[in-house]
Design a protein around this ligand. Structure first.
Ligand code: AMP
Length: 542
């Protein structure tokens, strides 16, 4: 544009390496504490993280890698994984965190699709890695994250890989819009899709997520991200904790109630983050053992709707629940449920309702709800429609996709919600055909396709039903072929067996119900909304 008057401020790019350098310089005593697979607790300060990340960057520089090459990780939350976050992205390479809970064929698909050149893996994934190697010919190196003397695989060792370089290294400077990290989501239909974050989007997300009405992070905090570093960058905490200079505690592989509680107490953790299923385990452990929290102050719960009873229980234990909504495609934070000053006058019940909702947008994100013709609906707390978002940390295209992921410049989330006049968003349904169990996705379409291949099945629909531990579990609704003479119980057992070996075991439906006719729309599509309504109170036996 002509006649612009540009501001006269320094024009330095927003790079992930700046977060690390700044923390090392200004929060040099900040500690990173990791529970290791080696069996001990490992501690060091940010300058040591910086040194080892730089060593990794130097070691990677000796290999034939181009700017933007993808480097994969199959790893739990730990200091070496953090070094990879910073060393890889800081070098201009892309840190691709892979979800080890997917089944091997899906993981192989993701690795091949991303064209990962190196995979860093925790030794506990040794068997998985062996099964992946023949399926992933593009990977040139598999490097094991373990103390050298305790490594039992014949692969290259991480400590050896970074041993013979000095760590004297200047991070390269480049365009802040360059790709920094990659995370695949199974929360859509079809193959997993990659969200490719940039340095700019990551830094802006870190700033926004640390705000008081966001996660409210500060240098006074000790932060324990239980959400894995392979789930949307642990909700950005590996970046935001260094940005504010808070101590960071990384829990490793053991995420049962006892292990988490002990770490919360021994490390005097003040803030943590995770999906409801994890917290259900912690609460049960505390109640069973008559314990209490002595340091824990705030917990962000998201990934699935936080049950109101969980909010209440945490409050009774003196812990504030921050209910948040987000997605892989949003880096992930979109909204946070926090009251505002005008809410002070509200009744206790009205205030409780705010906590139960998914919350207000944080600045940077804009949201709207639309009807089937994409017409915007009012923010009156009653009208509900498809939730659309936009902002500088929302994807515009999936990695290597040929087309934009947007409609009219907005990203369709696949969630259905209302928004009240105070801007509080509340999810009421999901239009995308997936089920979220314990924070992980199950594709209902994959389950339906398998069921449809069973000789007794005429048509099958898979829907989510509520589950006290896993939040949602799959229920298969089946229309059987008319001529069958065996009992429904026998048919059920046969169909459930039919799933075995075809999908991960935890994807197998919890139960099967039989209906005379699956309701269809005028265009012949299964009317899942009707089925969800019909079975909304279905009690699973498990
Ligand atoms: P993911 O990309 O795996 O993080 O999943 C994002 C999806 O999880 C969202 O689109 C929602 O369907 C669901 N989700 C995330 N947070 C919440 C929440 N607080 N309440 C309800 N659903 C949620």
């Amino acid at each position: 544009m002509k006649n612009q008057l540009l501001g006269q401020m320094m024009d330095s790019p927003l790079l992930i390496s700046n977060i690390l350098d700044s923390a090392a310089r200004h929060h040099a005593k900040m500690e990173i504490v990791s529970k290791r697979a080696e069996g001990d607790i490992h501690r060091y300060t940010v300058p040591e993280l910086q040194l080892r990340s730089k060593k990794l960057a130097q070691a990677l520089k000796q290999l034939d890698l181009k700017m933007g090459s993808r480097i994969g990780t199959l790893a739990w939350n730990g200091y070496r994984h953090l070094e990879i976050y910073y060393g890889v992205s800081g070098s201009g390479l892309v840190c691709h965190t892979i979800n080890p809970r997917l089944f091997p064929e899906q993981i192989a698909y993701i690795i091949q699709h991303a064209e990962d050149k190196i995979i860093f893996f925790d030794q506990s994934f040794q068997l998985l890695v062996e099964s992946l190697k023949p399926l992933c010919p593009l990977v040139k190196k598999w490097i094991c994250l373990m103390d050298r003397n305790l490594q039992t695989t014949s692969d290259e060792n991480y400590e050896t890989f970074i041993a013979n370089v000095s760590g004297v290294f200047e991070w390269p400077s480049f365009d802040e819009r360059c790709a920094s990290s990659l995370c695949y989501t199974s929360g859509t239909t079809g193959n997993p899709k990659g969200a490719l974050y940039s340095h700019r989007s990551t830094i802006l997300h870190s700033y926004a997520s640390a705000l008081p009405d966001s996660l409210c992070l500060s240098a006074m905090d000790v932060i324990l991200p239980i959400v894995p570093m392979f789930h949307v960058n642990a909700w950005g905490i590996p970046y935001s904790s260094l940005l504010v200079g808070a101590n960071l505690v990384l829990p490793g592989e053991k995420l049962d109630g006892k292990s988490i509680y002990e770490l919360l107490e021994s490390e005097k953790v003040t803030f943590s983050a995770g999906v409801p299923t994890i917290w259900a385990g912690v609460i049960q452990y505390i109640k069973n053992n008559n314990l209490k929290f002595n340091h824990f102050k705030r917990v962000v719960i998201g990934g699935s709707a936080c049950p109101p009873a969980m909010i209440k229980t945490f409050q009774d234990f003196g812990v504030e629940v921050i209910h948040a909504w987000g997605m892989t495609e949003l880096s992930p934070l979109g909204t946070v449920a926090k009251p505002k000053s005008s809410d002070k006058l509200k009744t206790k019940e009205a205030l409780e309702l705010i906590h139960k909702k998914q919350g207000r947008v944080i600045f940077g994100i804009d949201m709207k709800i639309v009807d089937s013709e994409l017409k915007e609906l009012p923010h009156d707390g009653k009208a509900f429609g498809d939730l659309y978002v936009k902002g500088p940390w929302v994807i515009n295209q999936y990695f290597k996709a040929n087309e934009s992921a947007l409609k009219d410049g907005w990203f369709p989330t696949g969630d259905v919600s209302n928004i009240d006049s105070d801007g509080n968003m509340q999810i009421t349904d999901r239009s995308k055909d997936v089920i979220k169990s314990g924070g992980e996705w199950i594709s209902s379409i994959d389950l339906e396709n398998i069921a449809a291949g069973h000789p007794f099945v005429s048509m099958a629909a898979c829907i989510a039903v509520a589950h006290p531990k896993w939040d949602e579990r799959p229920l298969l609704v089946v229309e059987i072929k008319a001529e069958l003479t065996i009992t429904q119980e026998e048919i059920k057992i046969d169909i459930l067996r039919f799933f075995e070996g075809k999908i991960a075991h935890w994807w197998i439906p919890d139960d099967i119900v039989f209906v005379d006719k699956i309701p269809l729309t005028a265009t012949g599509k299964m009317q899942k909304i009707k089925l969800r309504e019909q079975f909304k109170n279905y009690q699973l036996l498990t």
